[in-house]
Write a protein that binds this ligand. Structure first.
Ligand code: DP6
Length: 315
């Protein structure tokens, strides 16, 4: 028997960085994300009589060949084991997965992968055990144990994750346009999971939760009131805050390269010149994420042509 599910990635504007409880991925602060409906992970589960679960790449027309490191496969299978325990299923699966976005784009996909695995395991176990589906909140809470940020992928278009709850939040701007400027195709040397640990050694970490909560309130106000320039400035400060934590940890690490600084400066210049532009953010990686309002479609095209084309890949 076989089951297929998919789940989207998400981009945080207020970042999850630092954990209260690493075993359950309980965050030290609330985060706010926008769900990226076009960036998907597909997961297929097939029952098998072998005495353990195995991972394989999934071949879906229109997707490129998908590789997962040995450590990545183990982490994925560990989450499957956890989910099966939660659902009370003792059999084994061949689990296959792939993304609909090209490999080697430097885009982390743990949020979409763990959300899709959680969703697919529920569907499979419901049929195998004749049990009832869980709510989005219950699924998100299970998914969080595999990878924290994946819990936000169950809610669209906006997700608010606090240390004690996760849900959708009604905000204007339900149809944003997303672009990613690919600064580097290299795999990250420090994973997000490692980053969560290393930032705790930064002198800036003590006040981090307070700054993030304050910025969250400011961003919610800006979005509710549709003050786009305020939203831009808050998102800008927020990702720089996170990258400062990286730079000031006991073993500093950096994602901001000369190329990323050049792109960031050009984007800020657009804002200075016109008083308008996309929201800009960066995760624990080198790529630059842009969110445009639907009425900025022409600007998205223009920036692609004028700033990025020939210099950087844009997804
Ligand atoms: C920088 O969810 O990847 O992208 O819970 O250890 O799997 P684990 O970490 P992960 O952390 C994502 C951190 C971030 C910011 C964010 O998405 O909020």
């Amino acid at each position: 028997m076989k089951w297929l599910a998919h789940a989207p990635a998400n981009i945080a504007l207020i970042k999850y960085m630092g954990k209260h409880d690493a075993s359950q991925n309980v965050p030290i602060n609330s985060s706010l994300s926008y769900t990226l409906a076009n960036l998907l992970t597909y997961v297929e589960l097939e029952t098998t009589s072998t005495p353990h679960d195995v991972w394989e790449p999934l071949d879906i027309p229109g997707t490129t060949e998908f590789h997962l490191s040995a450590a990545g496969q183990q982490r994925f299978l560990r989450h499957l084991t956890y989910l099966k325990q939660q659902f009370g299923y003792t059999g084994h699966f061949i689990v296959r997965s792939c993304n609909n976005f090209p490999a080697q784009t430097g885009l982390a996909s743990s949020a979409s992968s763990f959300a899709a695995l959680t969703q697919c395991t529920m569907i499979a176990c419901n049929e195998l055990l004749h049990s009832q589906p869980l709510s989005a909140t219950q699924l998100a809470t299970l998914s969080q144990v595999g990878s924290g940020s994946s819990c936000r992928s169950f809610f669209t278009p906006w997700a608010l994750w606090t240390p004690t709850s996760v849900s959708t939040i009604a905000l204007p701007y339900a149809n944003l346009i997303h672009q990613v400027v690919i600064i580097s195709h290299q795999p990250k040397t420090v994973s997000s999971s490692q980053a969560h640990q290393q930032v705790t050694t930064s002198p800036l970490f003590a006040e981090r939760a307070q700054r993030a909560e304050q910025r969250l309130q400011q961003l919610l106000t800006a979005l509710h009131q549709q003050h786009w320039p305020d939203a831009y400035r808050i998102c800008w400060d927020e990702f720089h805050d996170m990258h400062q934590l990286f730079a000031t940890s006991e073993q500093p690490f950096h994602y901001l390269t000369d190329a990323s600084r050049t792109v960031l400066n050009r984007l800020d210049h657009v804002w200075q010149q016109t008083g308008d532009g996309p929201l800009v953010t960066m995760d624990a990686g080198p790529n630059i994420h842009l969110l445009y309002r639907p009425d900025q479609q022409a600007l998205a095209h223009q920036l692609h042509q004028q700033l990025f084309l020939g210099n950087f890949d844009v997804l």
